[in-house]
Design a protein around this ligand. Structure first.
Ligand code: FAD
Length: 292
C-alpha cells in the first residue's frame, strides 16, 4: 500500500520543530523512518504532517564520560553499536544493539526513535529501564527529563506529549562490581524477539548485592523485576542452580506473557524462564571478571 497524502516539514532548528508540533496536534516527528514509514504505508498511522528532524543541528553525537553515555536523537543504531567508548562504559549497549533489526535498518533507524516508538518487543527501551537511564525531552513549553522506567506506558505508546521532541537518551555507566548479560530468541537473526531478557548483577565482597532483569516481548511494556530476593543469602556468594531457578520463578510471578501468532503464552513463559537463568549467569560471570 501507499501512504495517505501527508505534509512534510524539514525544520533547521529545534525551536522551529517544536513550534510546528505545537501548532498541529496531528503532526508527527520523523527520525529514521524505519518504524513510522511502514506504519504510514500500511495506513496504520495517518499524521497530517511529518516533521523531519534530520536537519536539526547538534543531535547526532555520542558523548561518553565515566558517568554514562549520552546518545543524540539522530544517532543511528549502527553508529552506537560501533562506538567503542560507549561499549567500554556500558557494555550492555553493544550486547543489545547487535540484536536490533538488520544492518540496513540499523544504518538508518535511531536509538532514541526506538525508545520513543515504545515497542515492547524492542531491545533498547528494556535496556534503558533496566539501567535507570533517562530521555531528555524538549517542547515549546520547556525541557524535561523522563525516567526510562516511565517512558513506555502501553503498546507503541510513550509518555511523551504530541508536541515533544526527544533530543537525547542517557544510559548510566556500569558501576564498580556490576556485570550485565543479554539474550533473546527470535525466529531469525534480526527479527523482533519472541522473548528477550537483559540482566544486571552487582557483586560486593564476594556476594551478589544487586540483581534485576528487564523483559522485552513478554508484557505490553518492558518490565523490570528485582531478582535479588531469590539470589540473596547464599553462604558462598554463588548463585547456584536452585537460586537461579528461584529467580526465574520470581520473574514469572511478575510477568504476564501474552500469546500471539508467533508464540503461545506457555512458550513465551518457558523462554522467559530459560533466558532469565542464562542472563543472570552471564551477568554474574561478567561481574566476577570485573573483579568481584
Ligand atoms: P521513526 O520510524 O522515524 O519514528 C518512530 C516513532 O517514534 C514515530 O512515532 C516518531 O514520531 C517517533 N519519534 C522518533 N524519533 C523521535 C524523537 N526524537 N522525538 C519524538 N518522537 C520521535 N527495532 C528493534 O528494537 N528491534 C528489532 O529487532 C527491530 N527489527 C526491525 C525489523 C524491521 C524489518 C523493521 C522495519 C524495523 C525494525 N525495528 C526493530 C525498528 C527499528 O529499530 C527502528 O529504527 C526504530 O524502532 C525507530 O527508529 P526510527 O529512527 O526509524 O524512528
Amino acid at each position: 500500500m501507499k501512504p495517505a497524502p501527508v505534509g512534510y516539514l524539514r525544520p533547521t532548528s529545534l525551536e522551529e520543530a517544536c513550534r510546528a508540533l505545537a501548532d498541529d496536534p496531528d503532526a508527527k516527528v520523523l527520525a529514521g523512518g524505519q518504524s513510522l514509514v511502514p506504519l504510514l504505508s500500511m495506513r496504520l498511522a495517518a499524521p497530517s504532517t511529518l516533521v523531519d528532524i534530520n536537519a536539526l543541528p547538534g543531535l547526532d553525537g555520542v558523548e561518553v564520560d565515566e558517568a554514562g553515555v549520552r546518545v543524540g536523537a539522530l544517532v543511528r543504531h549502527a553508529d552506537l553499536l560501533a562506538h567503542d567508548g560507549a561499549a567500554r562504559v556500558q557494555p550492555l549497549l553493544r550486547m543489545a544493539l547487535s540484536h536490533v533489526a538488520h544492518a540496513p535498518i540499523r544504518n538508518r533507524g535511531t536509538t532514541v526513535g526506538s525508545l520513543v516508538h515504545a515497542d515492547a518487543a524492542a531491545e533498547m527501551p528494556a535496556v534503558l529501564a533496566l539501567l535507570g537511564g533517562t530521555v531528555e525531552v524538549v517542547s515549546a513549553r520547556g525541557t524535561r527529563t523522563v525516567a526510562g522506567a516511565d517512558l513506555v506506558v502501553g503498546p507503541l505508546e510513550s509518555s511523551l506529549a504530541h508536541d515533544e521532541v526527544a533530543t537525547s537518551a542517557w544510559f548510566p555507566a556500569l558501576a564498580d562490581g556490576q556485570g550485565v548479560g543479554f539474550a533473546e530468541i527470535s525466529r531469525r537473526q534480526g527479527d523482533y524477539a519472541l522473548c528477550g531478557v537483559a540482566a544486571l548483577v552487582r557483586r560486593a565482597a564476594g556476594r551478589v548485592v544487586e540483581a534485576r532483569a528487564a523483559y522485552l516481548a513478554v508484557d505490553e511494556t518492558p518490565t523490570v523485576v528485582d531478582l535479588l530476593p531469590a539470589l540473596d543469602g547464599d553462604p558462598d556468594g554463588d548463585p547456584d542452580e536452585a537460586r537461579l531457578a528461584a529467580a526465574a520463578d520470581l520473574a514469572l510471578a511478575s510477568l504476564s506473557p501474552a500469546g500471539d501468532i508467533h508464540a503461545t503464552e506457555q512458550y513465551r513463559a518457558h523462554l522467559a524462564r530459560v533466558l532469565t537463568v542464562r542472563v543472570l549467569r552471564e551477568a554474574d560471570d561478567h561481574a566476577r571478571r570485573r573483579g568481584q
